[in-house]
Design a protein around this ligand. Structure first.
Ligand SMILES: NC(=O)c1ccc[n+]([C@@H]2O[C@H](COP(=O)([O-])OP(=O)(O)OC[C@H]3O[C@@H](n4cnc5c(N)ncnc54)[C@H](OP(=O)(O)O)[C@@H]3O)[C@@H](O)[C@H]2O)c1
Length: 489
């Protein structure tokens, strides 16, 4: 267990959806590890006092009931409307009155709509709440995604924030990086010669990276309709998973070494005319997910009636470098789909069949699947002799399940990431040049007249996504066991 230093966490947007669903539950789980003096200042415009916020808001979050009352004692509420400058003056006064051990070590978490980031940042520095060069201690600022809406807006946002903070103070969240099995891609690759030696176009046929959701846009239609799957998922989670899967081996695990290697991959990702033609976009219409009827995307609250926003994207990317020459990377993400899961599946090239080459059942490709969520683990497929048939093989799997081995799944991503901010470790946060390069890719691939394929909620998405692979004589793999997604058995 790490020692987390005493500090003050100032949470803007403390009454929002993210705070309720993720941040307070993560902080509550970290409670036992937090320094006894650490305090959380929940900033919101609603009319609460400390006791009211704790009893009405915090306890209504999805928390494990154990230890809630002692956790609540850490939380102070500060009423502030983002646009009213007096609130910031009062906040700084409140901070100055805190115990000296936590007063000068400040984490400001911006869990607010992105449009509020720059105004809040300006007020933070003007009032000394968080500044570029604090006289004592440290000030860190956590910025929720999305970091910008496109390359231009991201550059503007970064320009404004960099005037006020050093890059080393900025923690841009991509919560997928906090997932243990995204980090395990590195451990698996770089500590096992079995995989490390085979990790290139010479031995790998293709890689699939999937982040599918059963959830619809729910109450976030207003935000999502201005975003869509490419901005919301490709720009951040999918490109980060791709970069980690394919980057060159870093010389060390230092944040800048790893982020530099990821950046080199992002710069090499194809964005040419051929790549643009290999993108399938979709939008869900009414259907049944897990027995529940969901409406058309365009009937969701906050969504424009004639919206062309994509809720699904599948694509074939390539990486223009020596290691990955000619290898297709198939990425896929969507909302309102049949299964909720994220995984990376690496298919190795078959070898020429010399032995055990039964015509009806030839040995199959080796496949490595890294399960990221909800299951966490690794599966490897290989061929062994069929006990019933001489000279014939069967494809079989070896599986490691994190939950079966260690009792429960790993720390929630936000729990891990919040701890990292406290100890000042930026490894799992995206550096500005990575964000900039990801937006360049997304901007290049977002072609306004791309066809939007409608798909029924509760299915695997549009048929055109299946065709993307079958046209190349390949299949998408489904979740949980290595088998073809669209096959009936
Ligand atoms: N929710 C998610 O699952 C999720 C996932 C990934 C990233 N994010 C990102 O996290 C951030 C927050 O998202 P969210 O879903 O939590 O948004 P949200 O539910 O709309 O919450 C926004 C928060 O900002 C507060 N707020 C808005 N205007 C204010 C003002 N003028 N003065 C003071 N407070 C004000 C809201 O207060 P009221 O409660 O009083 O309205 C609320 O606490 C966004 O950047 C989003 O993109 C969210």
């Amino acid at each position: 267990m790490r020692t987390l230093p005493p500090c003050t966490i100032i949470l803007f947007g403390a009454t929002g959806d993210l705070a309720r669903k993720k941040l307070f539950p993560a902080l509550h789980k970290l409670h036992g590890e937090l320094h006894e003096k650490t305090r959380i200042i929940a900033v919101g415009r609603r009319d609460y006092d400390d006791a009211g916020f704790r009893s009405e808001f915090v306890t209504a979050c999805d928390l494990d009931k154990k230890g809630v009352s002692s956790f609540c004692k850490r939380i102070l509420y500060h009423r502030l409307d983002f646009d009213e400058k007096e609130g910031y003056v009062a906040l700084q006064r409140k901070l100055n009155n805190l115990d000296p051990e936590i007063r000068d070590r400040r984490i400001v978490y911006l869990a607010t709509a992105p449009e509020a980031f720059t105004f809040i940042a300006e007020q933070l520095t003007k009032n000394g709440i968080a500044v570029k060069n604090p006289k004592h201690g440290w000030h860190r600022i956590v910025i929720e995604k999305p970091f910008g809406h496109d390359l231009t807006s991201a550059r503007n946002l970064n320009k404004r924030l960099s005037k006020r903070f050093h890059e080393r103070q900025m923690y841009r969240i991509d919560h997928y990086l906090g997932k243990e099995f995204v980090q395990n891609i590195m451990a698996l690759r770089f500590t096992n010669p079995l995989f490390n030696r085979l990790w290139s176009h010479e031995h790998i046929d293709n890689v699939q990276i999937v982040a599918n959701e059963t959830a619809t846009v729910g109450t976030r239609g207003g935000y999502y309709d201005t975003s869509g799957a490419l901005r919301d998922m490709l720009q951040s989670h999918l490109l980060q998973m791709l970069a980690i899967t394919t980057m060159e081996e870093p010389r060390s695990l230092s944040p800048d070494e790893i982020r530099g290697k990821k950046l080199a991959i992002l710069k090499a990702i194809s964005r040419d005319a051929k790549t643009k033609k290999s993108i399938v976009l979709g939008q869900y219409r009414a259907g049944v997910i897990n027995g529940i009827m969901v409406p058309d995307y365009t009937a969701e609250p906050g969504v424009a009636k004639r919206s062309r926003t994509e809720t699904f994207a599948a694509m074939r990317l390539t990486i223009k470098n020596k290691r990955w020459s000619g290898v297709p990377f198939y990425l896929r993400t969507g909302k309102a789909l049949m299964h909720h899961y994220a995984e990376v599946v690496v298919t190795f090239k078959p070898q020429e069949c010399k032995l055990f080459c039964d015509i009806a059942r030839r040995p199959q490709e080796n496949i490595l699947a890294v399960r990221i969520q909800p299951d966490q683990g690794v599966e490897l497929r290989f061929n062994l002799k069929d006990p019933e048939n001489e000279h014939v093989t069967l494809p079989l799997s070896m599986e490691y399940s994190r939950a079966a081995e260690f009792g429960e799944n790993s720390k929630e991503a936000y729990e891990r990431l919040l701890g990292d901010v406290m100890v000042g470790d930026q490894t799992l946060f995206t550096r500005w040049d990575e964000v900039e390069e990801s937006w360049k890719i997304v901007d290049a691939l977002r072609v306004s007249n791309t066809k939007i394929h409608l798909y029924d909620a509760g299915t695997h998405g549009p048929d055109a996504a299946r065709k993307l692979l079958t046209d190349e004589k390949r299949e998408w793999f489904g979740n949980r066991s290595i088998q073809c997604l669209h096959c009936t058995k």
